[in-house]
Design a protein around this ligand. Sequence first.
Ligand code: NAP
Length: 510
Amino acid sequence: MTLLCVPLVAKTVEQMMADMAAAKARGADLVEIRLDHLSDFEPRRDLHLLVGDRPLPVLVTYRPKWEGGEYEGDDKQRFEALCLAMELGAEYVDVELKVADDFVRLISEKKPDNFKLIISSHNYQSTPSSEELSSLVARIQAAGADIVKIATTAVDIVDVTRMFQVIVHCHVPMIGLVMGERGLISRLLCPKFGGYLTFGTLGVGKESAPGQPTISDLLNVYNIRQIGADTKIFGIVGKPVGHSKSPVLLNAAFKSVGLDAVYVPLLVDDLVNFLNAYSSTDFAGFSCTIPHKEAAVGCCDKVDPIAKSIGAVNTIIRRPSDGKLIGYNTDYVGAISAIEDGIRGSQGVGKETVSPLAGKVFVIIGAGGAGKALAYGAKEKGAKVVIANRTYERARELANLIGGHALTLAELETFHPEDGMILANTTSIGMQPNVNETPISKQALGSYSVVFDAVYTPKATRLLREAGESGATVVSGLEMFIRQAMSQFELFTNLTAPENLMRDTAMRYT
Ligand code: NAP
């Protein structure tokens, strides 16, 4: 079982004691006391409290500046404090590989039975090759570690595969973490690959190293206690990806049907490299978002005909029978059905055979993955499609492809062939953190009776707010998000999506 450890980085002993109690209440297995973060640390006075009165097992670390910590004094005083922590009953002490020999010699006669020495090595620049990592493990073991700790930095998400490999093959307990946003899965998937512990913070801003998630997310979003060696991994591939609510929604859905699966954010720079590196059947399926949807078409062994016509894939399944990658597009149904139902709802009519989009001018801002899905869908429903895009050339290509009309963003401002048009924003303009941006002026919005925004963080974008003020029916990107996620869940699992749960979860977290 992977242990959950909360790092404590408070400046005062009182705050650290309060954080220790909070860590216990949140479900941590142990805490890491970072002595180097205390601003006025006196070993004899403070360790009796911090270690003597601990409500949870403790790992005591006194990290020097030269290894990424805060301590600037000499090693003699540092080692004395760590020895005292051990004598007071600390379950773990962490010491750096560079000075491990000296520390091991110091404690060799005094080590209590239940005490474990962690010997650590940190690399804040990169992740070495598998061979170098293996040789580092051997050196740490030879230095006398009960537990090996290696923390490296992810320059690319592919780096994490090397850490997973080394953990799986390590014969002693190992903490293997890859720092930074690109290394997040090294922290989330520890129980799958057998990592000894993972760090979860008490909150944003309380990290002791880059990329640590909160303990609340580890337990309540990623359901880390349920992850094991057989857990299937799904995830959202994008850049950026941190804003996505898909992990919240899909993990809740997996849990509700008792599926042994986890869904993680995957910050990917190069889709081809990523898919080559994560090619095992453990990685069972992916959602694709900005900017990978179009590249994903070329990365799949087989592409569903609708996704092929759209030219964008937002869902990839690894077929269990032969491991082939199959691409689909669930944005199309999600967006179009959300807009149709939004219009019907505003008109008070039920589902008829004729789509309320038929015959309408349907203006799409954006010509990327989502833009293509909407253009294809609107055309299918009989709308007169118009594409406006920052890069006019892409607008023209898409308009030619589906038989529509292309505009520049400047032309969009005065485009008014008729009243009652439908507008759909499929760019990321207005998405957090740029919530004051909008793709079209409020004045120009007067020509539209229905406005849809694919952006769903925030739920009420500036575009939707101004469209509502102009009297248009507004359709939120959240509705598209819920519907496309339900379709993805069904492709991933072959089960019916738990709609009510997914709706409630989406509403709660956005
Ligand atoms: P994409 O393939 O990368 O396309 C992005 C589009 O936005 C391109 O047309 C791009 O224009 C345009 N764009 C980006 N930044 C711009 C800016 N500053 N000014 C003007 N135009 C800009 O991305 P995507 O996958 O289609 O996603 C687009 C948006 O839709 C994202 O916000 C995404 O979160 C949202 N989305 C929501 C859902 C949902 O379920 N609600 C589903 C899918 C997507 P150029 O061609 O000039 O680069």
